[in-house]
Unconditional design. Structure first.
Length: 211
C-alpha cells in the first residue's frame, strides 16, 4: 500500500477523512479491527492524531471503540438502518415541504440540474452516489436550517455503511430515480404536502431495499 504523507495542519481531521473514505469504499469493512499502529506508520504520523481521528469517527457512528480492544468499523444492524431511515424521512420530508413553499426559481433550477445529471450517471456508481447525496443535501441547503443539515449529514454517514446493498439491488436505481422525479416535480409545482409525502415514500422504499 502506498504511503500517504499528510501535512501538519488539522492533522487528525485529515486522518479522519482518509479513514472515512476507506470505510465508505469498504476498504475497511464493517466489523474489521482498525490497526492503529499500521495506519499511523503508513501515514507517517504518531498515534496521537490517529487516536483523535478515531474519536471523530466514533462520534459520527462510523467507528466503535471497545474497551481494551481498540477501534472497529461499526457494524449496523437492521434496527440501526431502520432507525436512521426513519429519522432521515422525517427531517428531509420536512425540508422538502419548506423548499416547495419558499425556494426561488433559481434554487429550484439548480436542484433540477443536479437531478438531471444524476439520471445520466447510472453506469458510474461513484458519481451516481455523489450526485444522489448532493440532490438530497441541496434540498436541505435551500431550506436553510443548519442544525437539520448537521443531523442529516451525520445520519447519512451511517447510512453509507449500507448504501451499496440497497441501491445495487435489481431495479432499485431505476425506482430511486423515479421517486426523485416525483420529488422534483412536486417541488417545481410548489406543492409542499405532495413533496413531503414523496420524500417519505422514497425513504420507505429505500428502507425495504436496505433491509
Amino acid at each position: 500500500m502506498t504511503s500517504k504523507m499528510l501535512t501538519p495542519l488539522a492533522l487528525y481531521e485529515q486522518v479522519a477523512e482518509q479513514l472515512r473514505q476507506r470505510i465508505f469504499r469498504q476498504e475497511l469493512e464493517p466489523g474489521v479491527w482498525i490497526d492503529e499502529l499500521k495506519i499511523a506508520e503508513e501515514f507517517g504520523i504518531s498515534r496521537t492524531p490517529m487516536r483523535e481521528a478515531l474519536k471523530v469517527l466514533a462520534t459520527e457512528g462510523l467507528v466503535t471503540m471497545k474497551l481494551r480492544r481498540g477501534a472497529y468499523v461499526t457494524e449496523v444492524s437492521r434496527k440501526d438502518i431502520s432507525d436512521v431511515y426513519h429519522l432521515l424521512s422525517l427531517l428531509e420530508a420536512d425540508a422538502a415541504s419548506e423548499v416547495a413553499g419558499k425556494a426561488s426559481d433559481e434554487e429550484l433550477q439548480r436542484l433540477k440540474q443536479i437531478h438531471d445529471e444524476l439520471k445520466q450517471q447510472t453506469a458510474n456508481s461513484d458519481r451516481f452516489f455523489a450526485l444522489n447525496e448532493s440532490f438530497h443535501m441541496e434540498i436541505l441547503e435551500i431550506a436553510n436550517n443548519r442544525w437539520r443539515i448537521q443531523l442529516v449529514a451525520d445520519l447519512r454517514k451511517v447510512m453509507k455503511l449500507n448504501r451499496h446493498k440497497s441501491l445495487f439491488k435489481q431495479g432499485r436505481i431505476e425506482d430511486s430515480l423515479a421517486e426523485h422525479d416525483a420529488i422534483m416535480q412536486a417541488l417545481l409545482e410548489r406543492q409542499p404536502h405532495i413533496a413531503m409525502n414523496a420524500v417519505k415514500q422514497h425513504f420507505r422504499n429505500g428502507l425495504e431495499a436496505a433491509v
